[in-house]
Design a protein around this ligand. Structure first.
Ligand SMILES: [Zn+2]
Length: 411
């Protein structure tokens, strides 16, 4: 049997698989549009499942559509060492966000097969349903159900803009599995992911040893004013919901600047009736607040509520500001973080500790299993964009680190 430290993943095979998966939902600008539980998501899932079966894995699927591909170990009574991420993308997403973590897991299994390496514990690759939260809010809902953060009923009943639910769509594409969601023990969980930020590239580091994830709070704000004629309504008699929205957007931006390194975004706005010569009577918009520390995030939340009250009050508008999701700051397991750092060190890669700016399935899984993450650089730190790019050598490096960190727990 091969020595653990001599084993390396196959860079070309990993890259080819990424490019093959990227054909499903490929966009003209070189990205991917494979929204959760669409026909394209089904095609991506089917391809992954076929590849895993070809690699000798058994497949199980739970009632949230999470997929687990299992490579048996010598002792199958041991809980598995699990890796994975997601296959769904943003509407104008890239080829690597999520997909890399799934296919890096598959490459780990293929590499173990190449070397006929038998692990003590079983090894599994997971695909988590609807990570992006683009079609169905909230994001990471299925790993959240797995970790007991949400109930299964809540997860299955999340609906898209057309009213179609996760449960209905899972059944339609044949991924409503028979396994219960969660309640399983993992020996450890690792997720490999592109950084989705500019830090590693700027510092010429190949590996980010992820310490945790900043806290995230999502709000939905509805402002109600009064629709009236754009030409005949004097400025002092208007109840313009869009003006209230615009002023709150400005304030949301300021909240981030006042609480560095916070980040805040208003990314979704629906103006009603959305007509150029009618004063908007109703505006619905999202607010995304993030900070590495929960106490600061709480202060930011109070400032958002205060801004809504003050701005809408002054304009004579009614409003509702509802929190729809709160993901507290996550701190990963110290042994898993150490295993990633050691793997990077022993492989000879330049590395640094890093905190994730984005949410990840690993954040929820860390509530029920010892968890760590591996980051690799992406071009200009750009993600959630069709131009998202990463270097084959960096992706292979992250996969080598993933392999070693997993073997540290499974060998
Ligand atoms: Zn992702």
């Amino acid at each position: 049997m091969a020595e653990v430290r001599n084993i390396r993943v196959n860079q070309d095979r990993l890259w080819d698989s990424l490019m093959e998966m990227a054909k499903i939902g490929a966009t003209p600008k070189g990205g991917c549009a494979r929204l959760a539980l669409t026909d394209l998501d089904k095609q991506g899932r089917d391809l992954f499942v076929q590849w895993c079966k070809d690699a000798g894995c058994t497949i199980s699927i739970d009632r949230m559509g999470n997929i687990f591909a299992r490579r048996p170990g010598k002792n199958n009574d041991l809980p598995p060492v699990v890796t994975g991420s997601h296959l769904d993308t943003q509407p104008t997403g890239g080829k690597f966000d999520g997909v890399y973590g799934v296919l890096a897991g598959l490459e780990v299994i293929r590499t173990l097969n190449d070397h006929k390496f038998e692990t003590e514990a079983p090894v599994e690759v997971s695909v988590w349903t609807n990570e992006e939260g683009s079609r169905f809010a909230p994001a990471m809902v299925a790993s959240g159900v797995f970790a007991g953060v949400f109930t299964e009923d809540y997860g299955l009943s999340r609906a898209d803009m057309d009213g179609k639910t996760i449960g209905e769509e899972l059944k339609r594409i044949g991924y409503f599995g028979d396994q219960p969601v969660g309640g399983r023990k993992f020996k450890a969980f690792f997720e490999a992911h592109i950084e989705q930020g500019p830090i590693l590239e700027a510092e010429a580091k190949t590996i980010g040893v992820v310490q945790g994830i900043q806290g995230i709070r999502w709000f939905e704000v509805t402002i109600t004013g009064a629709e009236s004629h754009a030409g005949t309504t004097p400025m002092n008699r208007r109840k313009d919901a869009m003006l209230g929205c615009a002023r709150i957007v400005e304030r949301v931006h300021q909240i981030a600047l006042d609480h560095a390194p916070a980040v805040t975004t208003v990314g979704l706005v629906k103006v009603m009736p959305n007509s150029r010569n009618t004063i908007p009577g109703n505006v619905f918009f999202s607010v995304d607040l993030r900070h590495p520390f929960d106490d600061q995030l709480a202060v930011m939340t109070e400032e958002l509520h205060a801004a809504c009250a003050e701005i809408c009050g002054a304009l004579g508008l009614q409003y509702e500001c509802k929190e729809i999701w709160h993901s507290p700051a996550t701190h990963y397991d110290k042994d898993c973080v150490a295993a990633v750092r050691k793997a990077a060190e022993e492989s000879g890669y330049a590395w640094r500790d890093i905190t994730s700016g984005a949410g990840h399935d690993a954040g929820y899984i860390s509530r029920v299993a010892p968890t760590g993450m591996v980051f690799v650089p992406c071009a200009d730190g750009i993600s959630h964009n069709e131009v998202e790019d990463a270097k084959p050598a960096d992706l292979a490096a992250g996969c080598n680190v993933l392999l070693r960190a997993m073997l540290e727990h499974a060998a």
